[in-house]
Ligand binder design. Structure first.
Ligand SMILES: C[S@@+](CC[C@H](N)C(=O)[O-])C[C@H]1O[C@@H](n2cnc3c(N)ncnc32)[C@H](O)[C@@H]1O
Ligand code: SF4
Ligand code: SF4
Length: 336
């Protein structure tokens, strides 16, 4: 058998686990703005262990999917279990629930990295992006947490602030970098908007709202943000492998960028209901949810799913000029 054949693939070292599909916000760019693809549910610690025990070479685990991880009361124990397994553990959070009790729990659990998705530099900007009045509370949570980490000299978790870049909020990006610096957060990430492909479109997840292939004014704002970052000792990055300006250009001249995507061979994304998806972008980038469900961990083993016919068919189709709907138009350097 060919060495690269699907059935020969080693189980992944990289795992995305949706610890809950519940959320305390309804952000305008998120799937939850229209309604969830899946029923609301928390993953239990027992279920997480059942899943991870099937991955002997697990190295890296994200504990977010579509939902707010801090709502899961078992989260600190989950992190502890994964740290005992020597995996790198991180998650994205909206930060609303990041009170002092949770801060202490997260530090004690050994969490490696916490990414706060803020998307704005002002209460009004936050309202426009995330439809919530919680901006000041989150900023205060981050400030207290950043000071706590420093004063305890624990270094972990590494804190970063994330900015979903759209035409609505790009003008606040330089202030966002200033805000990060003032909070003692030394990493800022610009995230590229993934939008829905169905006719309705909704919220901010629409093609007209993206910054992709955007104008000179956006490039200037990104340049200015870079300068502010440099002066204030903040790293300014894009999600995935690219830099912020590159991340807004489609394909890099490659007409079939999805062919280069490594995710279906290297990671699994498992929802709180046990569904296995090819990556964390796919639920944002399709209107046919069933087409991205490649198996369910409550029905089959991970090994069976990984080498099963649905996964193999997905990988094969992604290598063609007619890829799965979620991959069409997907750049290779995206990552949530
Ligand atoms: C779905 S959230 C789940 C974790 C947590 N609730 C949060 O907001 O960080 C994971 C990440 O997806 C991002 N996100 C939401 N809508 C998006 C979109 N349409 N395109 C790209 N990223 C998006 C969020 O900003 C967040 O950083
Ligand atoms: S982006 Fe995060 S916080 Fe906002 S609705 Fe989606 S899951 Fe909830
Ligand atoms: S949707 Fe994008 S990231 Fe996900 S498997 Fe397809 S090409 Fe890769």
């Amino acid at each position: 058998m060919h060495a690269n054949s699907s059935s020969n693939l080693k189980l992944p070292k990289n795992l995305y686990l949706e610890t809950t599909s519940r959320c305390n916000l309804k952000c305008k760019g998120c799937i939850l703005y229209r309604g969830s693809w899946e029923p609301q549910r928390d993953l239990s610690l027992k279920e997480l262990i059942m899943i991870c025990d099937q991955l002997p070479e697990l190295e890296r685990t994200a504990l977010h999917g579509i939902g707010e991880p801090l709502l899961n009361a078992e989260l600190p124990n989950m992190i502890q279990y994964l740290k005992d397994r020597k995996a790198y553990v991180f998650f994205n959070s909206n930060g609303v629930l990041l009170d002092e009790k949770r801060q202490v729990q997260l530090i004690d659990s050994g969490l490696d990295e916490l990414r706060i998705s803020l998307d704005a530099a002002s209460p009004a900007g936050y309202k426009a992006m995330r439809d919530s009045d919680k901006f000041d509370r989150i900023v205060s949570n981050v400030q207290v947490f950043s000071e706590r980490i420093k004063s305890l000299q624990v270094f972990n978790p590494k804190l970063s602030l994330w900015y979903l870049g759209t035409r609505e909020n790009i003008s606040e990006l330089p202030d966002f970098v200033r805000l990060a610096a003032s909070l003692g957060v030394t990493e800022v990430y610009l995230q590229r908007l993934v939008y829905f492909h169905d006719d309705e479109g909704y919220g901010l997840a629409r093609p007209q709202k993206t910054l992709v292939d955007s104008d000179a004014a956006t490039a200037e704002l990104i340049h200015e943000s870079h300068e502010i970052a440099k002066q204030s000792g903040v790293q300014f990055n894009a999600s995935g492998l690219s830099n912020p300006l590159e991340s807004l250009q489609t394909g890099f001249g490659n007409p079939l960028p999805w062919k280069k995507c490594y995710r279906p061979q290297t990671l699994m994304y498992i929802t709180a209901n046990g569904n296995v998806l090819p990556c964390c972008i796919s639920p944002f980038a399709t209107s046919d949810y069933d087409s991205i469900i490649l198996g369910n961990v409550f029905d089959s083993s991970l090994a069976e799913i990984w080498s099963g016919h649905r996964y193999r068919a997905f990988r094969k189709k992604r290598q063609t000029e007619q890829p799965p709907q979620c991959c069409k138009g997907c750049g290779t350097l995206w990552s949530l």
